[in-house]
Design a protein around this ligand. Sequence first.
Ligand code: C2O
Ligand code: CU
Ligand code: CU
Length: 496
Amino acid sequence: MKRRNFILLSSVASSVVLTGCMPMLLAGGMGGMGMDFTSATNSNPLSSSANDKTFNKALAIPPLLEGENRNGTYHYDLKIQKAQHEFFDNTLTDTYAVNGTYLAPTLKLINGQDVSLNYTNKLDETTTMHGHGMHLPAKMDGTAHQSIAPDARWSAKYRVKQKACTNWYHPHAHEKTAEHVYKGLAGLIIIEDEQSQSLDLPKDYGVDDIPLVLQDRFFDAKGQLHYAPSMHQTMMGYKGDAFVTNGVINPYVEVSAKEIRLRLLNGSNSTVYNLSFSDNRSFKQIATDNSFLESPVVLNSVLLSPGERAEIVVNLEDDLGGSLYLMETRQAKAFLKINVNTKATHRTKVPSVLTRLDKGLVQDATHRRKFVLSARMGQMYINNKSMDMNRVNEVIPLNRVEIWEVHNQKMMMMGMEHNFHMHGTHFMVVERNGSIHNVLENEKGYKDTVYLASGDSVKLVVKMTDYTDKTTPYMYHCHFLEHEDRGMMGQFLVTK
Ligand code: C2O
Ligand code: CU
Ligand code: CU
């Protein structure tokens, strides 16, 4: 009764195999609809017939929500609600969403613009909505200090004051972030500035500038999402066996034979993705979390830990009539099939210089802080302390250049991956494992989340600018959401 889905990519000598990445739906669980999908571990990579029928759903593009200009401030009305989403034909999955049925609309904000993101919480429980990567006052950050009770409203009002980048928004409720994101609450905030608007890059949203919210989910026999991690899953991450791209399992997208820009967000709870194309072609990474890179970086794969973003441009000029997959190489599964089926009418060429960055300079730093990430028995710590809403861990003077040293402490028995994210600003990675030479070319843009393999350490240059608040803290934490919710988080104030 098992249906195995396997695809051989004939062009790949090393036999990259696409498993069907179907969720585990146990036979009989789908109300007699005969949907006995099983997660197909590929058994016969030498099959010659490329069976990619599973990638037959059109990719959804999160709708762009137009702001409404009221007296010079652009308002975005966002309703956080319970919904039902069709991940599987004829099956509705209970979800949380903003305005729609899964995920949230994309907001396109322009540097310098005054905005008001007006949230209404229509859930039965308290949540929050945080602007990840946004440079804004602590009171507008959307952490658990700005909770939104059921039926309440809360607005994040601020002036956009940062470089072009791809940010995102998601709940940050105390010990509930993982569950709320898992159920579907996440959306993109694209920031544009004069530079991004003038560069010769693909910019047609959803056409050649394609946002991809990459997630994995575990569905039960009835096609429902449950968030119930065991202690082991808390430690090692709550990973799903189904890859979900913009809320669609096994989607395809149709594009023209030209350069295509992908805005990649690792929107998973705790899974690290190493992304590449099925023919292992090279591509150019043009942006990190919070800015363009100064120059494009040529890569064959890009590693993204939860919360990180990368903008990449892949050249499909010679691929008319062909297809390729966006792969995740650690699991050897595909997120997306890309069909190149129309001639391009307009072409772009990635410029060799994209932006100028204020380089973080170690020698400018006048203060140093150390953060050690560790875990014991399902509880998570930074500097041996678990998150306490009532404790301010660090106080940072405005405009002071600091070095933040982050260590992923190696445990005796087991290595764990983590990352480190801070709110309210970006940082530069200036050292990795003791040397500037270990800093990867594609982490030399502004970032807000940095990956640490077991035993890794990084040095970050940090400078808080513009906003102070004597009482409301920002947060820093591991962005593996299970870790964050189990205490791997701390708070900091920025003062005059
Ligand atoms: Cu993406 Cu503190 O969050
Ligand atoms: Cu954040
Ligand atoms: Cu972690």
